[in-house]
Design a protein around this ligand. Structure first.
Ligand code: HEM
Length: 389
């Protein structure tokens, strides 16, 4: 019983939905914004969901309808939480900064059939790395338990991309969190979760009690200590296509962590750790992929709460991410970071996201990003380089 209570508190106070626990006025969404959102949803409604059965995908029951429900719940949460710009992301609202990096592909360890997409050649891409806390409230201190996120955006990537609205964008995203597994297994539970977040208060406590496995997973993630995001590991948790196989991927630091926890960590100690590191020295991380073994029971594609065992298939390094010494926390660069959008579907077809969690994310990320950009009256556009910073 103790962890039910703790998990309800974690859900409510841990940042995932802090705003949902408060009563705030409705946002003034105007008719033009509503029309654009409805158009977005209609487009997704009309497009048939493609699944790759040979890569272990199967449709979830009522998948399209459940996805529309999740969209409505997230929109309702945002409308409740933000009565005026700036509207933040629904989750991962607090970022520690966007850091410039070079992403050097080193594909020697990959089987030849998997040397596709951005891993086809040993070339270097300029990249933005956005480090974040998973919660909805950007004012929650870093000392509170939370999910930590890392989103990577490669630039200068040629080829048609998967999102029809961004088909000609020259970017490729990789979106991760600091846990090997996602915390929700079934789509119907994500519908219930997003509904509880939208309603807040007792609904959240009710969700935590009626979904003990979800609560326990969140409780464990929130209990992890992060000292310096540049020295942390991040995982895709969900599966992706690479050539003829599903894969998962992760990012890990090149060296053993050196930072120590400050004696009195401030509310933004994670950003401060990154600032202090990059003020004096470069930082290095590497992207690794874990190819699927062919055993779909042991390594399911649809259930993102199952960790793929490394004994069955080891992660292999595919790219070195180098961050030169830099200052990244100027107000202008922090604002630029705020206005970026990341989604697993900013992607070449060779890196197509797989599984129900990813399929839901296709319309959700685009819709929510469109909503916050239009609410904030800032253009939603993909960066083409490091200018003007
Ligand atoms: C059904 C499952 C999920 C839903 C509905 C969801 C929803 C969202 C939404 C609405 C955003 C904000 C988008 C924006 O306004 O630009 C977001 C951001 C994010 N999500 Fe998820 N998410 C899901 C699963 C995941 C998973 C599995 C991961 C990681 C393994 C993840 C990691 C992130 C990260 C790191 C960001 C911040 C990206 C950035 O830096 O802009 N999410 N998510």
């Amino acid at each position: 019983m103790k962890y039910f209570a703790l998990s309800a508190t974690a859900l409510c106070l841990g940042g995932l939905s802090l705003f949902a626990c408060q009563q705030t006025p409705l946002a003034p969404v105007n008719a033009q914004q509503n029309a654009r959102l409805e158009q977005f949803q209609a487009n997704y409604q009309a497009s048939a969901t493609q699944i790759a059965q040979n890569l272990g995908e199967t449709l979830a029951p009522n998948e399209a309808a459940a996805t529309r429900e999740i969209e409505q719940h997230i929109l309702a949460t945002l409308k409740k939480n933000f009565s005026a710009p700036p509207m933040k992301r629904d989750v991962h609202a607090k970022h520690h900064g966007c850091v410039k990096a070079q992403f050097q592909v080193q594909n020697q360890a990959l089987p030849p059939a998997l040397r596709v997409g951005v891993f086809a050649q040993n070339q270097s891409f300029p990249a933005w790395l956005r480090f974040s806390n998973g919660g909805s409230d950007p004012n929650v201190p870093d000392t509170k338990g939370d999910i930590r996120g890392l989103a990577i955006k490669l630039m200068g990537v040629p080829g048609k991309k998967l999102l029809p609205t961004q088909a000609d964008a020259r970017t490729q995203d990789f979106v991760m969190m600091n846990n090997r597994e996602f915390f929700i297994e079934e789509l119907k539970d994500y519908v219930a979760f997003s509904s509880a977040v939208a309603h807040g208060g007792l609904s959240l406590a009710g969700f935590a009690i009626t979904h003990p496995r979800v609560s326990y997973r969140l409780y464990k993630i929130f209990g992890k200590q992060t000292i310096n995001p540049l020295e942390s590991e991040f995982f895709s948790a969900t599966a992706y296509q690479l050539g003829n196989r599903p894969i998962k991927f992760k990012v890990r630091p090149c060296q053993a962590p050196r930072s120590t926890m400050p004696a009195k960590p401030g509310p933004n100690y994670l950003r401060e750790a990154m600032v202090n590191t990059l003020k004096q020295q470069s930082a290095c991380m590497e992207l690794m992929v874990q190819p699927h073994s062919g055993n779909f029971e042991q390594m399911p594609v649809e259930n993102a709460t199952v960790e793929w065992p490394e004994q069955a298939s080891a992660y292999v390094p595919v790219a070195r991410i180098t961050m030169a010494p830099q200052s990244f926390d100027s107000p202008a660069q922090m604002q630029f970071c705020e206005n970026l959008s990341f989604t697993p579907w900013h992607s070449l077809p060779e890196h197509r996201p797989l599984g129900v969690t990813n399929r839901v994310r296709k319309s959700v990320y685009e819709l929510i990003s469109e909503f916050r950009h239009s609410f904030n009256q800032v253009p939603r556009q993909e960066p083409e380089g490091f200018a003007p910073f």
